[in-house]
Design a binder for this molecule. Structure first.
Ligand code: G6Q
Length: 537
């Protein structure tokens, strides 16, 4: 499929014209009933309310044209059918398929990438058997059931799964808890291990490559704690890794596979998330997450942008970023469960779309991915919302909210529940950002026209969490397709890793030979080690 650059698409020129005078949301009556009620896009559980974006029908029609001209839905279909999308033409690259959607293409009869889905099914069967064993007979050496799991992994092997675990802790199997060690900072491992009864804890080591420094170091750290406690690690340690990786070894109690066509940051619905989430929530809840994700994967095939939530979200993002010139986007969930969701999205979005070259290896002449950040509301309101309302930088906001709480345990104060207070705050922020406030007093003046949208569902459940994950994964992929970049590699993380290894080589040489000096082979690195006081001058 020939890919065009964003600025080669005729619709982009029209959008540039339209962006000179975007709709003014601060005008009296701009946020009218008809606009609010008609600018809603719904897919299954989620409604996207976007009347508070600076778009009108002309802009939306032209964004539709942009979607059609870039063949963005065809590109998604090609991805899901197994085309090699992770590549840069004519240059050495990962050169892989991108098939995270195959992990959840289990419900529609005929999967789009049959071989990948049958591999996912095989791993799911293994997981089901393992969880049944844990319920029935798999116990520790003293015959007691396992109560805790520590997931050791980093990046994609940590952020997505951890975000989902926190989001769904309300549905946790009683008596089971999960903990995470990701950072190579020894304090991370020490503080997590301190509160645990290791004899009743499983350790789930997750690394697709089986070579990641942080993960292998932390695995050894935790193994040493088991040995010190007189426990046999082979009865506690589980692996999730690529088939044939250095971690694909019989030393583990159980091993699960993930495959090279699943990118780390897109792997929460593979066994990377599955083993831990299955342990914490039960097998059926994990399947519900997959079901939710698959519903969105299928809804994303819709070509009408007004009926396709991830596509509309992607296009609104491009409108704000490339046409209105906003540098960042804040993701603001009004749900405490989503406390780690922005952290997951920071990786998923910025590692995917923080690129400067096209899929043909040419430098981009327009902006690619924005800076993504966020925190749950209403806490954020008492922190950084000042800047969002009155600062000199315009920050488009993506609010996420739910009509009902997870625990259904609430309190009425002044005739409203806490959940209603939460929802009212979300809607009020959205409106305030859009309409602003006129005032003679410049200190109390709110400029308004600050674009935002709201993703709203009934309740945060395993299924809606799966939907939310897939909405954002797909939004990110759609944006990458339109920018004509490869959203599925991460070469930008390699240089730092290489230099860290070089510095570690110096430190290790110093431990072996006190007279060692790296000044001639690596003057900058060696001097920096000295300047930072890591080695003596
Ligand atoms: C994600 C990246 C990266 C990766 C970690 C961990 O898309 O590839 O964040 O997930 O570097 O890698 P391993 O799973 O191989 O340890």
């Amino acid at each position: 499929m020939p890919f065009k650059n964003l600025d080669q698409l005729p619709a982009y020129t029209t959008l540039q014209e339209l962006a000179k005078s975007p709709v003014d949301l601060t005008c009296h009556g701009a946020m009218n009933r008809e606009r609010i009620r008609s600018y809603i896009c719904s897919n299954d559980s989620f409604d996207l309310l976007y009347a508070t974006q600076r778009v009108d029908d002309d802009v939306l029609d032209t964004l539709q044209q942009l979607a059609d001209e870039s063949k963005v839905v065809d590109q998604l279909l090609a991805m899901k059918q197994g085309e090699v999308m992770n590549r840069i033409d004519g240059y050495d690259s990962e050169n892989r398929q991108v098939l995270h959607t195959s992990c959840r293409d289990l419900f529609a009869g005929s999967p789009m990438a049959a071989e990948a889905t049958s591999q996912a099914e095989r791993e799911l069967d293994k997981l089901k058997a393992f969880l049944a064993d844990l319920d029935a007979r798999l116990v520790n050496s003293e015959g007691k059931p396992f109560t805790d799991m520590v997931q050791v992994g980093i990046g994609g092997s940590d952020l997505g799964p951890r975000a989902v675990y926190h989001a769904l802790s309300a549905y946790q199997t009683p008596g089971r808890r999960v903990h995470f060690i990701s950072n190579v900072d020894p304090d991370d491992a020490v503080s997590v291990l301190a509160g645990l009864d290791l004899s009743r804890t499983l350790v789930n080591v997750v690394s697709k490559s089986g070579t990641t420094l942080e993960t292998l170091t932390n695995e050894e750290f935790v193994r040493a704690a088991y040995v010190k406690a007189g426990l046999d690690p082979s009865l506690h340690f589980i692996a999730v890794t690529g088939e044939g990786s250095p971690m694909d070894s019989p030393k583990y109690l159980r091993s699960f596979y993930m495959f090279d066509y699943i990118g780390g940051r897109y792997s929460a619905t593979s066994m990377v998330g599955g083993v831990m989430l299955g342990f914490a929530l039960g097998y059926d809840s994990f399947v519900d997450i997959l079901r939710g994700a698959n519903i969105v994967d299928r809804a994303a095939e819709e070509r009408d942008i007004r009926k396709n939530v991830p596509l509309l979200l992607a296009l609104l993002g491009i409108w704000n970023h490339n046409l209105l010139g906003c540098e960042t986007v804040a993701v603001l969930p009004y749900s405490q469960g989503l406390i780690r969701f922005a952290a997951h999205l920071q990786q998923c979005d910025m590692e995917s779309n923080g690129k400067s070259i096209t899929r043909q290896g040419k430098f981009l002449s327009y902006q690619s991915g924005p800076i993504v950040w966020g925190e749950p509301g209403t806490n954020g309101q008492h922190a950084f919302y000042q800047l969002i309302h009155q600062g000199t930088t315009i920050v488009p906001c993506e609010f996420i909210g739910f009509r009902k709480s997870q625990y259904d345990d609430d309190i009425m104060i002044h005739n409203t529940s806490s959940q209603e207070k939460l929802a009212a705050n979300l809607l009020a922020q959205s409106l305030a950002l859009a309409t602003g406030q006129k005032s003679e007093n410049p200190n109390r003046y709110f400029p308004g026209n600050r674009p935002n949208s709201i993703l709203m569902a009934d309740r945060l459940t395993p299924r809606t969490m799966g939907e939310l994950l897939a909405i954002y994964e797909t939004k990110i992929a759609f944006q990458g397709f339109i920018w004509n970049i490869n959203s599925f590699d991460q070469e930008g993380v390699q240089l730092g890793k290489k230099l860290a290894n070089q510095l570690l080589d110096h430190l290790s040489a110093c431990h072996l030979d006190e007279s060692y000096s790296g000044i001639s082979s690596d003057p900058a690195g060696w001097t920096l080690l000295q300047a930072a006081g890591i080695i003596d001058n």
